[in-house]
Design a protein around this ligand. Structure first.
Ligand code: UT7
Length: 327
């Protein structure tokens, strides 16, 4: 079977930073509450007019440069997002045009915070087909556009940003995507969703007045489900590859809440030092969170050749996913 490799990675965080103290000026919250309950100190927010596709393009350009490739080399584009520029067409086609890619298959994946790993697994499967040599996989979110800035229980959590991987099916000494799995439980879809704006409840004066175009969340139930599903997904991918947690140098989890990562670490009996965490400076950027954390860790030189790395995600849907990388 063809080896699917990671040829380059990149990330982009918009310039504007909103601190916890900034938030405390607009909702009844405090730096102390946000820090201790979530681990977040600040988050980046896109500028007005800066869209999901704009963020994605910046991250993609960095990933292409890291891979030493040109837009012309890309045969497939997959974008994970829940905040595309428009409901139709996809963010992917706008990104394809902005990057100047050839007329390659370009589409979005919506699996919320698990979206990037869903997209990686989709690309990994398609790259086994010799028609595709290089895939660009992006997670990009402008969550600030779907947050209710009057709801302190959600608005403190989210941030904007993008991360990208360039995958290939060629050279053997590059990091390898060894395995990937994904799961879903749509019976729990009501734990985290945006009620209006889709076909169930099209936009109207009332939906706008009632703020039904913003994130509605049951944080407590999600917290428990996140720990359970991320632990199970990690255990499953290790088991089916004949590995234990001791074989894993790094875990790169979805960045939703530092307490979720701590509970996951405890459940897996792995020290927190093995977890890549950047939530302090990014907040939860949904589908962008794992590729941003991964690209930053790579840039810091944290991964060594031969390291096994587990990426693990959980999100609205419910959805979950895990990916095993050999660096
Ligand atoms: O990306 C995947 C999807 N998202 C998640 O995975 C989120 C998972 N859930 C969580 O991270 C946590 O449940 C939250 C951070 C959302 C909430 O933390 P919690 O420890 O579960 O707090 P809570 O909802 O039980 O609220 C505790 C108290 C409440 O006050 P009372 O009822 O005890 O008086 C809230 O009203 O904290 C209050 N509260 C706040 N206080 C200050 C809620 N939000 C805030 C806030 N500032 N921002």
């Amino acid at each position: 079977m063809r080896k699917i490799t990671i040829e380059g990675v990149g990330s982009y965080l918009p310039e504007r930073i909103m601190t916890n103290d900034d938030l405390a000026k607009i909702v009844d919250t405090s730096d102390e509450w946000i820090r201790t309950r979530t681990g977040i100190c600040e988050r980046h927010l896109a500028a007005e007019g800066e869209t999901c596709s704009d963020l994605a393009v910046r991250a993609a350009q960095r990933a292409l440069a890291d891979a030493g490739l040109e837009p012309n080399d890309i045969d497939l584009l997959i974008v994970a997002t829940v905040t595309p520029d428009h409901i139709m067409p996809s963010a992917a086609v706008l990104i394809q045009a902005k990057l100047g890619l050839r007329s390659v298959p370009s589409f979005d994946v919506n699996a919320a915070c698990s979206g990037f790993l869903y997209a990686l697994e989709t690309a990994r499967s398609l790259l086994r087909n010799e028609r595709y040599r290089h895939a660009l996989v992006i997670g990009s979110e402008k969550l600030s556009s779907i947050v209710n800035w009057e709801d302190r229980s959600t608005c403190v959590l989210f941030g904007d940003g993008a991360g990208a991987f360039v995958l290939g099916n060629g050279s053997s000494d590059l990091p390898v995507l060894v395995d990937g799995l994904a799961g879903a439980d749509g019976l729990a879809a009501n734990l985290l969703y945006v009620p209006a704006g889709g076909s169930a409840q099209p936009a109207s004066k009332e939906t706008v007045e009632d703020r039904l175009h913003t994130v509605t969340m049951n944080g407590k139930e999600l917290f428990k489900a996140a720990v359970r599903h991320m632990a199970e997904a990690t255990e499953e991918i290790l088991k089916r590859n004949g590995l234990t947690t001791e074989d894993i140098a790094w875990f790169v989890p979805h960045q939703a809440n530092i307490r979720i990562v701590q509970a996951l670490a405890q459940q897996l009996n792995v020290p927190m030092e093995c977890f890549v965490c950047n939530i302090e400076h990014t907040g939860n950027s949904s589908a962008a969170s794992i590729p941003i954390a991964f690209a930053q860790a790579k840039a810091e030189g944290r991964f060594q050749k031969g390291d096994r790395i587990v990426l693990v995600a959980f999100g609205a849907g419910l959805t979950w996913a895990a990916t095993l990388v050999l660096w």
